[in-house]
Design a protein around this ligand. Structure first.
Ligand SMILES: *[C@@H]1O[C@H](CO)[C@@H](O)[C@H](O)[C@H]1NC(C)=O
Ligand SMILES: *[C@@H]1O[C@H](CO)[C@@H](O)[C@H](O)[C@H]1NC(C)=O
Ligand SMILES: CC(=O)N[C@H]1CO[C@H](CO)[C@@H](O)[C@@H]1O
Length: 286
């Protein structure tokens, strides 16, 4: 287990009516972040998020995640509380970060399912995470909380939404003996509108927590990163999000602006976003 010293950590607040926001700056000043979260026009909040800047074995690591729950808050809250701890304590966190991420997703899901024994309603959650280690950005996701980056002014999606009507996802589900059915939207087993998730015990054979992982180089062309729940992406395109954030230097103000815009456009869902800005004018750590 690595030496761990978390200097800043924030929590998703479950039943807050008003939007919450906040942010921070890494000690080496190479990146800053802001988050904003609003229950939107519905009454309960099932979006959770986590932001941490930690020192693991003396190296600064950024950890950011958005977890959009369904069927209650249990899965989203569990993933928020455990996923990053499981990740940074993985023996291969530095030497094979991709493997560590895949293992941490799998392990966290298994442990959550074990804890779910006496529940009669299935709970599940998406997870989209961004991990900053040195000059490397690793984005992983299950579900539809999309992550995009802005590189040289261009909006680039670095996660893929896991929807049951994606042909390869549908094939994977059918190969496992499941089915995809239209019920207002395409749903696994006629029930669930995402094809990968944490939890969802009854659909687990089909709805896996196996993340897709994308690696990006942090260099002068990488300007910022946005992670958000579908409450935002339902009403704002990737390009619009980049245009909105680009002129706003302060990451907290940018996250608030995005959330407000989604709300103003009538998003009826929970809205949560995290903006991470990279600062290239600061010296690299030695
Ligand atoms: C997840 O872990 C279990 C053991 O806990 C293992 O059997 C399974 O193959 C793993 N799945 C993936 C996708 O790594
Ligand atoms: C940064 O990395 C990207 C993607 O790997 C590459 O296309 C680009 O040329 C690099 N830009 C700079 C300024 O190093
Ligand atoms: C306040 C709000 O929008 N709550 C919703 C958050 O998202 C979950 C899952 O989509 C809904 O079930 C909640 O009603």
């Amino acid at each position: 287990m690595g030496y761990l010293n978390c200097v800043f950590s924030s929590s998703g607040s479950q039943f807050d009516e008003a939007p919450v926001s906040g942010g921070g700056l890494s000690q080496n000043k190479r990146f800053s972040y802001g988050y904003a979260s609003s229950p939107g026009k519905r009454s309960s909040m099932e979006d959770f998020y986590e932001t941490q800047i930690c020192s693991v074995d003396g190296q600064i690591v950024g950890l950011f995640g958005v977890f959009d729950g369904h069927g209650g808050v249990r899965a989203a809250e569990y993933v928020k509380q455990n996923l990053f701890n499981n990740l940074i304590s993985h023996p291969k966190f530095f030497t094979d970060t991709k493997l560590a991420i895949a293992d941490a997703y799998n392990h966290t899901d298994s442990e959550f399912l074990k804890s779910e024994n006496n529940q009669h309603r299935d709970a599940g959650s998406t997870a989209s995470t961004a991990v900053i280690v040195g000059d490397c950005l690793l984005v992983a996701n299950v579900g539809d909380s999309r992550v995009i980056i802005c590189r040289d002014g261009n909006a680039i999606a670095v996660s893929r939404d896991h929807k049951p009507d994606q042909s390869d996802e549908r094939q994977r589900i059918e190969d496992a003996g499941g089915f995809v059915m239209w019920a207002g939207t395409w749903r696994v087993g006629g029930v669930l509108a995402v094809s990968r998730a944490f939890g969802d015990k009854l659909l687990k054979q089909y709805v896996v927590a196996d993340p897709e992982i994308e690696e990006e180089v942090i260099n002068g062309s990488l300007q910022f990163l946005i992670l958000a729940s579908d409450g935002l992406w339902d009403v704002i395109s990737n390009e619009e999000a980049v245009s909105l954030v680009q002129p706003i230097e302060d990451a907290v103000a940018a996250a608030k602006r995005l959330t407000q815009e989604a709300f103003d456009r009538g998003s009826g869902d929970n809205i949560t976003c995290i903006v991470v800005r990279f600062h290239h004018d600061n010296p690299k750590p030695t």
